[in-house]
Write a protein that binds this ligand. Structure first.
Ligand SMILES: Nc1ncnc2c1ncn2[C@@H]1O[C@H](COP(=O)(O)OP(=O)(O)OP(=O)(O)O)[C@@H](O)[C@H]1O
Ligand SMILES: [Mg+2]
Length: 275
């Protein structure tokens, strides 16, 4: 237990970025359109991010605005305690979980100057490191199997106070790893020791894997993503019932349309957050 604490402390001390100005796609709550400024170092980092990290690559876009709304709804809930550990899931594969998890995490870090750790709990096909242009030869898989220490697997993304715990190499037994005592201890410690830290967990789809159900026990709330015209209503209902309605913080309706690909242009896509 104490090991993770020590590693976090070291990480925090060594993190130069926490005290540096952000510059890349800065967003403040209640501010007008943000004007990104780039230092040479930040330009190098930002160039590595996927354009799908829209809160950084297109901070004035409708998408980025919608992530601001989502983060505010999470951070200022009307009828519950502010959740610190949040899982993102969906009924079926490819509905936009990783897209939402990464942008939400970056949006909270950028907008509220909060420490955020984004954890890739998709140990079958980890993808979050690609979004941040980070090579992830080690990650949660290696940590949970004792092949790497916490300090070796947690990386600074360069987005303000956002750190990433990548998935690492794909695991042959993801459900067992995520249901292990080590995973439980890890999440409990991260939540308890770091009250000022938001934990965003990217998970696998409910209807084809067991991991999201396991992980849901350790988080305070869940963001459920629905891709337009993908999952049938019954599967969505089944997933939400299995997670427990009271745990659902919000539903992101991801109206992604292939024909609107490309973030250089302004285009219309819709998210609805329903809390
Ligand atoms: N709103 C969106 N705008 C643009 N691209 C999107 C949007 N939503 C999803 N995508 C893209 O669609 C693809 C699938 O999304 P993503 O990887 O986030 O889904 P997922 O639910 O995490 O999938 P999996 O179940 O395989 O983990 C990715 O290339 C992602 O960048
Ligand atoms: Mg994913």
């Amino acid at each position: 237990m104490g090991k993770i604490y020590d590693a976090f402390e070291r990480h925090r001390r060594e993190s130069k970025l926490d005290s540096e100005p952000l510059g890349v796609g800065r967003i403040e709550a209640g501010e007008g359109p943000s004007k990104p400024t780039f230092s040479p170092d930040e330009m190098v980092r930002a160039a590595k991010y996927s354009p799908k990290l829209v809160v950084v690559s297109a901070p004035d876009s409708l998408d980025a605005e919608n992530f601001k709304i989502l983060r505010s709804q999470i951070m200022f809930p009307k009828d519950r305690k502010r959740p610190k550990a949040i899982m993102v899931t969906s009924a079926l594969p490819g509905e936009g979980k990783s897209f939402v998890a990464s942008n939400l995490a970056a949006s909270i870090s950028l907008g509220f100057n909060e420490n955020v750790i984004l954890i890739d709990c998709d140990l079958r096909r980890p993808t979050l490191h690609k979004i941040f242009g980070i090579s992830a030869s080690q990650g949660l898989h290696e940590y949970l199997t004792g092949q790497a220490g916490f300090q070796d697997v947690v990386v600074k993304t360069g987005v303000k106070k956002l750190t990433l715990l990548a998935g690492g190499n794909p695991s042959p037994n993801p459900t067992e790893l995520l249901a292990s005592q080590m995973m439980e201890d890890f999440l409990v410690e991260v939540k308890e020791r770091y009250e000022d830290r938001y934990v965003i967990v990217d998970s696998t789809p409910m209807q084809v894997t067991a991991e999201a159900n396991v992980l849901s026990q350790y988080v305070d709330g869940i963001i459920f993503v629905i891709l337009a015209e993908k999952a049938p209503r019954e599967l969505i209902q089944k997933s939400i019932e299995s997670l427990g309605k009271e745990k659902i913080l919000g539903i992101v309706f991801n109206g992604y349309n292939q024909s609107y690909r490309g973030y250089k242009k302004y285009y219309r896509k819709y998210y609805k957050t329903k809390l």
